[in-house]
Structures are given as structure tokens and as C-alpha cells.
Design a protein. Sequence first.
Length: 383
Amino acid sequence: MVKWIQRLGLAILAVAVVAALAALWKREEITRLLAVNSLFAPDRIVANFSNMDRAFLNVPLSQASGTRLPDGSPVPLPDGTEKWIADRSITAIVVLKDGKVTHESYYLDTQPGDLRISWSVAKSFLSLLTGILVDEGALTLSDPVEKYAPPLANSAYAGVSVQDILQMESGVAFDEDYFNPDSDINRMGRVIALGGALDDFTADLSVRDRVPGAAMKYVSMDTHVLGMVLRGATDRSIPDLMAEKLTGPMGIGAATYLTDGEGVAFVLGGLNMTTRDYARMGLLVAQGGQLDGRQIVPEDWINISTVPSALTEVGRMRYGYQWWMPADVRAGEIMAQGVYGQFVYIDRARNVVIAVNAADRAFREPGVSEGNIEMFRKIAAAQ
């Protein structure tokens, strides 16, 4: 009888432990979902963008100590900048001229050490990594994506080439409206919050609204597919590849990637690092893939990936391999950009880089994009 009671007690304890663990998992899941729902709230957005690791699953990207960019002679920001900073809810600006910091400022109670969310600036980082792996022979741009990511063989991505993905020409139907709670991009956000698998979400996309390779349409899941391709081609995770081949050699210090429930990096927007390190990435591009005398990204890839190559509408912003150019692009003018005002603006002709973080809830309003480009050009011309 005593042994039976002991076994019963152990069974009850086991059930209690399982129930407690389930409750803990459910509480974390609910916490992440609530974080998604309040992520862009006016009173929280600035702090949230500096502390994404508090609410979302994440992994460290780099353990490097980081190298400091040298300081140059200070150059004041041009007239009109103060209003732009206030109107656009700018949180940080770092300007480089010839590889030296000529301006650095922080706003809305943010600090130089904050790891600011990149949003789609992360896409341009993935482009740089892709160039390294293409140069190493790990993959070929003309290959269909399912060669490296077999789960996509029965999806709308079947038969789409790696180059189509780089240029956002997959043809896959996808609603990118961040302000529509039922849009595809927000459904994807809930997958991350609830600990789901982004690979499964992507493989379930089954509808096309245009022919692959025929026209550029911004589909963030194309970048996730690129991540699937790179993982499949190397049998390694994106954070490991990034740390070894790109961010480590670049001297980037503390950085994190948000992940889904399977530990897969959120490559289309989940990078977090300091604004100085975003500027460091821009410097790498401005210098043809070199930093500190070391060729990190092949110069040929820099040259081919950062020019208008995707099929875009006349008068609209141009696109390359996960890089933006203004509609009236000038020689050597390139941008990585993310929602809510994240930018790495590069003027290769002047050897100027401008890294900006923001919490701009009005980023989609008419004239905002054009105004940002105008301000970047003014800052670059003043250096």
C-alpha cells in the first residue's frame, strides 16, 4: 500500500510539473502575442525598438568585442534637420565621411549602446552574405529555390530562381500592409509571437499574382526564402554564417537575431545592433566590400547587387538585390531601408554613409520617403 501511495504521489507530481511547464509556455506565448499587438503603440514604440529581446525569442549573432569607428572632424547637420528629426521621430543618426564619424546624435531617450531593430535593413545584410556564398560556390543564382529548400517544391515558390528572390520578382501573392491586422505580413508576425515555424508558413503560400521574373513586387517572405536557400546550401544557420563570414570580420560587436519557435532567424527584419554598426555596414558597401584593408564581400557582388536591376514601374523607387535606390538615382546612391524609418544611406561617390534609426509611425504618408531622401542628400553634400 505504501509503495502504491508513493507511486501515486510521484504520478501526481509529474502531472503537476507538466501542467506547470505548460502554463509557463502558455504565459510566454501570450506575452509575445501581447508584445506584437502593442509593438507600435505611440507610448511604447521607441522603447520597444531598443529592447526587442525582452519580448521575442532571439539568438546572439556576434560575440565579438567590436571595433570602434574612428572619429573625424565634426560636421554640423544642415539647416532644417531639427524639424525633420522631430517630424520623423528620429532616435539616432550616425554620419561617416571617408570612414570617420563626423556626426553622431541620439534622441527620445535612446542611447549609443541600444541594439535597435533593423526591420528590412536586415534584407541588405542577407544580400551581402549571399554574395559571399555565391563567390564560394555554395549556390548559383539561376537555380530554382527548391533545389536548396525542398519544402518549397509544392508551394507558390516552386520554379522561382534565387535571382528572382533577390529582386523581389517571385510572383507570389502576399499582402504587406502593416496596418491591416489580417494582412499576410501580420499573420506572419503572429507566427513568430506564438512560437510557430516560418518555414512552414512560407511553404504554405500557394498563390501567385504575376509571373515569376516579370515584375518586382515587395514580398518580405522572398527574403525568408533566401534564408532557407542559404541554410540549405550550407547546412548551417544564418546567425552562424553571418558571424563567421560577415559581421565578425566587420568588427560588429553585440548583435542579436529574433527567431521563430524553431530557432530559425527572422532574416527579413530581425537584426538588432547599434546605429554605429549599421553605419559600419554602409561603410563596407561604400568601400566596395572592404573594411580595414580586408575584402569581406566580393567587389563584383557589391557592384552588381546595388544597381537597379529589378523590373519596377517608371517613377517608382528602384530595386537591386535586396537594396533600394531612389527613383531619380544618382551614381553610387544606395539605400537599405526598413519600416518606421530605419535607413542606411550610402553615397559611394562622396564616400558618405548615413545610418538612421527612428520610430516614425507616419512613415507611409505621402511625401515622407521623398523628404527623407532629400535630407540624406543634403547631409551628404555638407560633408
